[in-house]
Design a protein around this ligand. Sequence first.
Ligand code: SF4
Length: 494
Amino acid sequence: MIALILTDVPFEQDIRELFMAFYPGEHYVHEPDNAAGLVFTAEPAFSDAAGRYRMTIRESGKPDQTFSSVRYSDRSASKNALKRALYLALSERNGHGLPWGTLTGIRPTKIALTELSRGASEEEVKELLRSRYFLTGSRNELCVRTAAHEKRALEGLDLQNGWSLYIGIPFCPTTCLYCSFTSYPIGLWKKRVDSYLDALMKELRAVSGWMRGRELQTIYMGGGTPTSIEADQLSRILSTVEEYFDLTHLRELTVEAGRPDSITEAKLLALKKHRVTRISINPQTLKQETLDLIGRFHTVEQFRESFLLARRLGFDNINTDLIVGLPNEDEDDVRHTMEGIRALSPDDVTIHSLALKRAARLNTKKEDYASVRYGNAADMVSLTAEYCEGMGLSPYYLYRQKNMAGNLENVGWCRPGHEGLYNILIMEEKETIVGCGAGTTTRVVYPGEDRYERVENVKDPALYIARLDEMLARKEGLLSPDSAGKRAEIPEET
Ligand code: SF4
């Protein structure tokens, strides 16, 4: 057990996350009555005129390790100094550092992109990441290279007046073992999908009114698995989008087809007819035993067939998602997967490091999976990067999550010109993204003010249908140009 006792210490979350990153898989308790095992305490102490933060690591059988960090008048400088002091102490204690140095947030490229946008050179940004966050080696390179790619991809987009739309379809054929997204089995929802779509249409129509006059630049339909619903239902959503939104400035329309077992020719034709520019077909791995184990009831062959069918129908921007660090997979399995992916030559490949969230079955039913083994995530991720480079792809966005295998990252790789712009916009928080549907988030970005506000829709589709008006009222308060005025009329479906 690890106990954290943080007494009136600012930046508590940062400290906790950095500390826990050194002890993956451990459970921590906050200020326990009888702390045992490894105990970390941090408190604001005033050991000298500067007023230092003092921290102690206590472990049974070992001498206490106490260290301190200077407080600055600048909050951010204090936080970074505190994290560096803690990082050095824990690196020495454990005999290793962390791939991302002291960076614990989910958007490490944000710092690099901000600096590049201010006019710093790539070398200057690398040096800053090295000295301020102890970010060295391959992650430093990856971070700056990705941010430079993002900067190029965003050029020409009007980020002041632009916005993006996310449409959530929260249904999947089955629930994957590691899933922590909003996902409900389509089998149980089949008869009520149209009621869900009625509510979704109403929300889309309302949003179209509130966002009139702004440039809609990207649309992303995700979930869940949007292709879980029928071809005519997909058409209904996309027809509504075409009817109510001005698509003059649209740069990208992505549909996450996702699970190969949900894809049919009729559905792909419906997407093509509505000018979908980018789709994802996601195998996660090409090892059949793993697919069976993680509850994705499709075959490797089904993935290949869906991919080739999409190519035949003219989709020229296809992404494939893969996960590194799946149970019982080692480097040979990852090599096998990457060979199969290379043979198909996708335009984008997104490499995820497995993140085990609390709600995932792989976590909640741990005892059922006690015998599974995990390979070396860092080596496997390096291998995927080599393959992606070999396929002529380069990293264009990345993000991190909590509890990721090896404390690594998720990276989107693409051919030049095939960037998923929505992915960059959401990760870098560059413009307002309005979410419609169950489990979606709307984030209104205030350019130049370095702040945003967000509202969330409920996750459960039944509650979404029942409480839609309440969510619309909240959204209107944030989106309507005249939010203080009288409730805007929502156009009727035609
Ligand atoms: S396909 Fe994605 S959203 Fe659906 S169950 Fe699997 S992980 Fe969850």
